[in-house]
Ligand binder design. Structure first.
Ligand SMILES: Cc1ncc(COP(=O)(O)O)c(C=O)c1O
Length: 381
């Protein structure tokens, strides 16, 4: 084993990306601090415009984080106690949390095992007269089937709200996430494809009235005057420093996404045919933002432990589907409700992945995975 074979490979290296734009960011931060306008202002307004344009949506409203973006958007649809919101369970807890925080009940639909996103064939059966919104997730950056889901939702007169927290720059049949449903919610958490240096979020939509309602709820329900609070709102403002940083990073997003796609392709080439392992694939018509590179593998925990011992970082997104989380108990989920999501939670493993990941590290990780899976097969014969 050479010295490079023993070098740790982290799951993620945020400092590597920061180093590429550090000079630009330092300058912007100094500028905003000197301006004295630290919340809202010109940078937030320009980020909203530039991000809406990037997505192909007519409007956008910034929020303090992605969870707030979801919560405020659901409130803007008038979601309230007694309502249901149809979503998926193999997602980050925030998707379900936002529904419960709005007072509604999450109704979970199982996913397509190939894309890990909402299975359109199972959506219709989950819709009831109480359903207010359909909230699918572009998981790991792979877009959900926006045509099939959009058609079913439209037939029932329901809006589709995209959880696009992991999908900046993903597209479905040439249209970008953020413009695939009636509205979309993004997170700019630092690890996302477009990440702030802190918390930040955004709601996009081409419906001006809807974005006006989002803006009102995110600003304490204010009417035409700041101290005229006409609906129950909250404080979900975005810091100007984060907006200025995101504006800089947005200009690099397509290049960084292309670098992610290049690393995903290198992993898949090296891992294809590994016994007991399934590599992620883009469905026809889909362009993934490759937020994560997630394989499915038999004996996942043993492989993760083996890689850890070699200094290779991994993660499990997510170890428990959210219908089985204690905080979602009010939704009444039980083991066995969602067989595909539950099986995926036992099989998924995210390998080291970020735009700057050296290609030789991709080869090293893939080699370690292949060797482990191959040896396991040899032992079993
Ligand atoms: C699918 C999904 N939805 C919602 C969120 C919530 O975003 P935030 O962490 O910015 O609140 C995240 C990210 O963390 C996410 O991955």
């Amino acid at each position: 084993m050479s010295a490079t074979d023993r070098r740790p490979v982290p799951l993620l290296d945020l400092k590597a990306q920061h180093a590429r734009v550090r000079a630009e960011i330092d300058e912007a931060v100094v500028r905003v601090l000197a301006s004295g306008a630290w919340i809202g202002g010109e940078d937030v307004r320009l980020l909203e415009r530039e991000f809406a344009d990037y997505c192909g949506a007519a409007h956008a409203c910034a929020a303090a984080n992605g969870t707030d973006a979801l919560h405020v958007a659901l409130r803007a649809y008038g979601v309230a106690p007694g309502d249901e919101v149809v979503t998926v369970a193999n997602t980050f807890i925030a998707t379900g949390e936002a529904i419960l925080l709005a007072g509604a009940r999450p109704v979970f639909v199982d996913v397509d095992p190939a894309t890990h996103t909402m299975d359109p064939a199972k959506l219709e059966a989950a819709i009831t007269p109480r359903t207010k919104v359909v909230l699918p997730v572009h998981l790991y950056g792979h877009p959900f089937d926006a045509d099939a889901i959009g058609e079913i939702a439209a037939r029932h007169g329901l809006p589709v709200l995209e959880d696009a927290a992991q999908a900046h720059g993903a597209s479905w049949r040439g249209r970008r996430a953020g413009a695939l449903g009636h509205a979309a919610c993004f997170s700019f958490y630092p690890t996302k494809n477009l990440g702030a240096c802190g918390d930040a979020g955004m709601v996009t939509s081409s419906d001006a009235d809807f974005i006006a309602r989002v803006r009102q709820i995110a600003s304490h329900g204010a009417g035409t005057h700041r101290y005229d609070n006409v609906v129950l709102g909250t404080n979900s403002r975005l810091d100007s420093v984060q907006a200025a940083i995101l504006r800089i990073k947005l200009r690099h997003l397509d290049r960084w996404n292309a670098e992610r796609a290049e690393r995903a392709a290198a992993y898949s080439r090296a891992l294809e045919g590994t016994p007991g392992l399934v590599v992620p694939r883009e469905r026809e018509g889909a362009r993934s933002a490759w937020h994560l590179y997630t394989v499915r593998v038999e004996g996942r925990d043993a492989l993760a432990e083996h890689l850890r011992a070699l200094g290779i970082g991994t993660a499990i997104h997510y170890p428990r589907p959210i219908h089985l989380q204690g905080s979602m108990a009010a939704a009444g989920g039980r083991p066995g409700d969602l067989p595909v999501s539950e099986r995926l939670s036992r099989e998924v493993l995210c390998l080291p992945f970020y735009a700057e990941l050296p290609l030789e590290d991709v080869a090293r990780v893939a080699g370690a995975v292949r060797a482990f899976c191959g040896a396991r097969v040899a032992e079993s014969v």
